[in-house]
Design a protein around this ligand. Structure first.
Ligand code: ZN
Length: 1119
């Protein structure tokens, strides 16, 4: 009996599976889809006092004709179904009892283990031949003092800085906005006025908006009593009103002291860090990250090590350029006391260039497809365009590893300190040329697995005894082959049907799951989407509610579909809220939608079942009518307070009542200060920056959201949060549920329709249409010798092995770290199998399997030759960003530096050819590690400038957690493209230049992007013709700084630039809003923040300085 029902009959699986066609809707149109005339909403036109005067929980406001269930039947929250009912080892992804989460005492990657004592190393450390010469970066480092070059303290200046959009828009949001409560720190917000007085004036809340909510006081400066009044025009407080790109952080405005000249690298960092922590002591326990055990004595491995990057020192001469470091080996200089060392100049062109590495890889590897048949192959870089042919290992689009050759022993691994990690994107989208994974149906018997370790059938399983049994490649257990799966072997021992079966010949494929893999042993219902819209004053006033409702009318036609399905199986529901919740009955048989108000937010329940979740096409007329009426109903609202946790609770309860998984789309504007569970206070306190308490800024202020998230995960309820804050909203707390449920957070500070419509709608469309797997569990199995010990990403874990994802979309990655628990074998290598059990958007239960085989080595050189720096950086950034939850950021930075130095010192000691100590020698595969690591170190989370808000940092922190390797690559090292250097006719993207001010020519125009932000920088001497062609103005001075849309002009240059912007946007998962920056304009400071090879205003080192520092660290380790 052939159970392989849906596997393609012939190799090599020629037909792409049309699995996710729903996603590629490009022709997203705008037809509302309903022809029903918008009829007035009789009962509810306007916020009828009545509806707010119904304090009784669950009172139905439905008209008599309503079919809503009587209130009394509204179910109280059901007893919490046991969390974890799902995810039982055997049923789901194998037993969980077999693996224990435990760190090896000796395997702390960040311990201060000096390299010298490692004598137990069995490997003969014969000097390995030198890497290609290009890898030998020789830099003269003596006397370089790093990170200390800071000018005399500059007064923090707050004026005149910030994008033009940061000025209050003409609509005048901030003046006279007595509506905004000011939320003095640590003080409970004023109680809102009694609801229901709708005719009344908006509550005249105490003070005018305090700037503290949006300002960015220079950290380290004194508290800022001066900025408590209303803001004056032009008084830049980095934030209000602006719709800056999500987390853009504008460097602080710096007035140069008289006589200071801005030459070379940008100006000195502000004095904040030093003055802030006099006598700051390193923490004795430098451990960070939940899974890390205590690591005594870490943190000060090198007494006297420079407090790199955070302690300003006296001004230093800028390094003059153009001196070949090779010409000055002079190691003897290092013997001099520091003050006598002269600063040697390093030619920036002589140090490893990201641009060159990217370019070389494109040239060398971009033309041939990457064929995955060979074990341990390092794939092309993420910046290279290449096609993948699956011949037995998962595509690098699904899994990338820090190294494709793993040390055989844990001793070796400890010596090298190279983290062993895989960045896994189980549902990654593929280019159209590559087939989606095949779906294999083994019928009632379900997927074939190893009896012992529960690994799934894969190409590495060995069939023996003429095909009657198979040996598990993960645990070596011998299993019987079920009769229906039996097949003969050929003379090589391979099954003769191997190429007919995806699970025997491909790295990635899917199995249809049987009922055993379903919750409560029942096949799932199709998932549901619930749109939950804040209709408080801010949301209405900014135009958000109207815009959103208008958009949803058409967007609902583009819900994800599966296969060739004509329409989506996903049902939808609608809730609006401020401090109470309004549910809507949009049953297709109704003439008009009906609203039900729940004001008892402390005990949330769903007042209706029937008619809440509906099929879009059946209920289209009612839905359209509702979406027409919502903005009208609340147009005159005076309610400024919101609840938050009860909204999520309500959505989750609704899914529970409907017995389905799903996603909540929350559109939320403010700190939830209304009396309700999950109520928050404004606890933002920038004085905590650079103190031991800084970590509290990243931690949620209440545990209530974790508890709620757990319930959501148990229900398969994922939460996507769209935030529209005008001031501090506590992203660190509000993002807990999205983070733990596999959701996404979007942030549009000071949202105004006219400025931010395009970005918001673009993100929304993509988010709603993207394919999501629901109610998922992911398990990573490994062959004997290594095991998964740590996980990073947006998910929840209730045990040490199962990654639970209420939802998982095609943009999200889970990063897994491995450790040795035994010796590995060079011959057999190491295997990974990632199994993701999930419910598809059509409600089908499936298992997606990715397999990857890696090499194992007994020579350290083999490890270093097969590393991937981009993936290493992805891992290290996630590790560090988690670390800030538990440790001071300085400790986290020092940890990264130490680890990096250890990695490179081990290479130098064991793999590089002998050379003078004055030479810095980097492994070819890691020659960009210092430059990229420096970018992580000076990122907003680890070294914030004065203008970066607490919310921005929390936001970026959680974003990076789920990023894939391509995203972290461009996020930390932005792409800078000169636009007028190459001929206009050239169809290809212009070659990038290094992210440094030195690379900018004032006669040129550049685009800079990092996946979230997009700048167009215009040099002051750009040709007039170019200015005319792009901006339709006659001179540079007439270009509007801060412009976010280029005029559509009919000339080749304009078309080319606009086309390039479109194509950059298409490559990224979030819409990047354009900001035009003119040279010498105040906005330029914002732009320069992204020139990451230069010294940063927040104290971050330049690339050259950091490299020198790195060398010094390495030499200390080696001496
Ligand atoms: Zn097994």
């Amino acid at each position: 009996m052939n159970v392989n029902q849906s596997a393609p009959p012939v190799p090599p699986f020629g037909q792409p599976q049309p699995v996710y066609t729903g996603y590629h809707q490009s022709s997203y149109g705008g037809q509302p889809g309903s022809t029903a005339p918008p009829t007035p909403y009789g009962a509810y036109n306007g916020p009828v006092p009545g509806y707010q005067q119904t304090p009784l929980p669950g009172v139905s406001r439905a008209p008599p004709s309503s079919e809503a269930p009587p209130v009394s039947t509204a179910q109280a929250p059901c007893g919490q179904a046991a969390y974890g009912q799902f995810g039982q080892g055997d049923v789901q992804n194998g037993p969980s009892s077999t693996v224990q989460m435990q760190r090896f005492p000796g395997s702390q990657p960040f311990g201060s283990v000096p390299l010298a004592p490692v004598v137990s190393q069995p490997t003969v450390l014969q000097p390995y031949g030198p890497p290609p010469t290009s890898a030998q970066v020789t830099a003269q480092l003596a006397g370089m003092q790093i990170g200390g070059a800071v000018a005399p303290a500059l007064p923090p200046v707050r004026l005149g800085y910030g994008p033009p959009t940061s000025l209050a828009p003409a609509s005048g949001s901030y003046p006279n906005s007595g509506l905004y409560g000011s939320y003095p720190q640590g003080q409970a917000p004023p109680l809102s006025q009694a609801q229901g007085h709708l005719g009344a004036q908006p509550p005249q809340r105490s003070a005018p908006p305090q700037a503290s909510g949006f300002t960015s006081p220079a950290s380290g400066g004194p508290p800022m009593p001066s900025v408590t009044g209303p803001l004056l025009p032009g008084q830049g407080f980095g934030g209000p009103s602006v719709s800056q790109p999500n987390h853009v952080s504008s460097p602080p405005p710096q007035a140069l002291p008289p006589g200071t000249q801005m030459t070379g690298p940008p100006g000195p960092p502000p004095p904040m860090h030093s003055s802030q922590q006099p006598g700051y002591q390193l923490q004795q326990n430098g451990s960070f990250g939940p899974a890390r055990g205590p690591q005594p004595n870490y943190g000060s491995p090198y007494p006297g090590a420079p407090t790199f990057g955070s302690q300003p020192g006296p001004p230093q001469p800028l390094p003059p350029k153009r001196l070949d470091p090779d010409a000055i080996p002079s190691p003897q200089l290092n013997e001099l006391p520091p003050q006598q060392k002269t600063r040697h100049r390093i030619d920036p062109d002589a140090i490893p260039s990201p641009i060159q590495v990217i370019e070389d890889d494109r040239n060398n590897r971009g033309s041939e497809p990457f064929v995955t048949g060979v074990r341990g192959q390092v794939p092309p870089l993420v910046t290279t365009n290449f096609l993948v042919k699956d011949q037995g290992n998962a595509s690098p689009r699904y899994i990338r590893c820090t190294s494709y050759n793993i040390p055989c022993t844990s001793d070796m691994a400890k010596q090298a300190q190279v983290p062993l990690a895989a960045v896994i994107k189980p549902l990654a989208r593929l280019p159209p040329e590559e087939a989606s994974p095949y779906v294999v149906d083994h019928g009632e018997s379900g997927p074939l697995r190893c009896n012992r370790c529960k690994a799934y059938m894969c190409p590495f399983m060995q069939f023996v005894e003429g095909g009657r049994r198979f040996q598990c490649c993960f645990c070596s257990c011998i299993n019987d082959v079920p009769p229906q799966y039996f097949q003969h072997l050929d003379h090589t021992g391979k099954r003769v049907d191997a190429y007919d079966r995806p699970e025997l010949s491909l790295g990635s494929y899917e199995f249809l799951a049987t009922v055993d893999y379903c919750k409560n042993n029942k096949f799932p219902s199709p998932p549901a989407f619930i749109f939950m819209i804040d209709v408080s004053y801010n949301a209405i006033r900014s135009g958000l509610v109207r815009l959103l409702c208008e958009e949803l009318k058409s967007l609902l036609d583009f819900l994800p579909r599966e296969g060739g399905a004509e329409e989506s199986a996903i049902r939808v529901g609608f809730v609006t809220y401020n401090k109470v919740l309004h549910f809507y009955n949009v049953k297709s048989s109704l003439a008009q939608p009906q609203m039900m108000v729940v004001s008892d937010v402390a005990d949330m329940f769903v007042p209706l079942l029937d008619g809440f979740l509906v099929n879009v096409s059946e209920s289209r007329a009612v839905i359209t009518s509702l979406l027409d009426q919502i903005p009208e109903m609340f147009a005159d609202t005076r309610e400024t307070e919101t609840v938050f946790a009860p909204v999520i609770q309500a959505g989750m309860e609704a899914l529970k009542a409907a017995e389905c998984a799903g996603k909540l789309f929350l559109f939320h504007t403010s700190l939830p200060i209304a009396e309700a569970p999950g109520k928050l206070k404004n606890r933002d306190d920038r004085k905590l920056i650079n103190t031991d308490k800084e970590k509290t800024l990243f931690q949620p202020q209440t545990g209530a959201y974790q508890t709620l998230a757990k319930e959501c995960v148990a229900q398969g309820c994922s939460v996507d949060l769209f935030l529209f804050p005008n001031q501090y909203v506590d992203v660190a707390t509000l993002s807990v549920v999205p983070q733990l449920t596999g959701g996404s957070v979007y942030k549009y500070a000071c949202f105004q329709v006219e400025n931010d419509q395009e970005r918001f709608l673009s993100d929304l469309r993509r988010d709603v249409q993207k394919v999501v797997g629901f109610d998922a569990v992911m398990r990573v199995r490994t062959s004997t010798g290594i095991r998964a010990v740590d996980f990073f990403g947006a998910f929840y874990m209730s045990n040490t092995t199962d990654v639970e994802l209420a939802g998982l979309d095609g943009d999200k990655t889970v990063t897994v770290e491995f450790k040795h628990d035994d010796r590995l074998n060079e011959e057999s290598g190491a295997l990974l199998q990632c199994a993701l059990l999930y419910t598809s958007c059509a409600g089908q239960r499936r298992l997606r399997i990715h397999n990857l085989a890696l090499n194992c080595c007994t020579q350290l050189a083999d490890l270093y030759r097969n590393c991937e720096t981009d993936t290493l950086i992805n891992y290290m950034a996630k590790f560090a960003y988690r670390g800030v939850l538990n440790s001071p950021v300085k400790t986290v930075r020092d940890t990264l530096i130490t680890q990096c130095a250890q990695i490179l010192a081990c290479y130098r000691k064991n793999c590089a050819s002998p050379s003078s100590a004055g030479q810095l020698i980097l492994p070819e595969c890691m020659k960009l590690l210092p430059v990229y690591l420096n970018c992580v170190l000076k990122s907003d989370v680890l070294q914030p400038g004065a203008e970066v808000t607490t919310d921005d940092r929390a936001y970026v922190r959680q974003l990076v957690t789920s990023m894939d390797v391509a995203e972290t690559n461009v996020f930390f090292y932005p792409r800078l493209l000169p636009l007028t250097k190459s001929p206009i006719e050239s169809a290809t993207e212009p070659p990038a230049v290094r992210a440094s001010e030195e690379r900018l020519s004032n006669g040129d125009i550049y685009l800079l992007e990092n996946g979230l932000n997009l700048f167009l920088w215009v040099g002051a001497s750009v040709q007039q013709g170019v200015v005319q062609s792009l901006f339709s103005v006659s001179s540079f001075s007439q270009i509007t700084s801060g412009l976010s849309v280029l005029p559509v002009l009919d000339n080749p240059l304009s078309k080319k630039v606009r086309g390039l912007i479109d194509s950059l946007r298409a490559q990224r998962s979030r819409y990047m809003k354009l900001i035009v920056v003119k040279q010498e304009d105040k906005l330029e400071m914002l732009f320069k923040h992204f020139l990451v090879e230069d010294k940063s205003l927040s104290g971050g080192a330049s690339y050259v300085d950091f490299l020198c520092h790195m060398h010094k660290e390495i030499r200390q380790l080696l001496s």
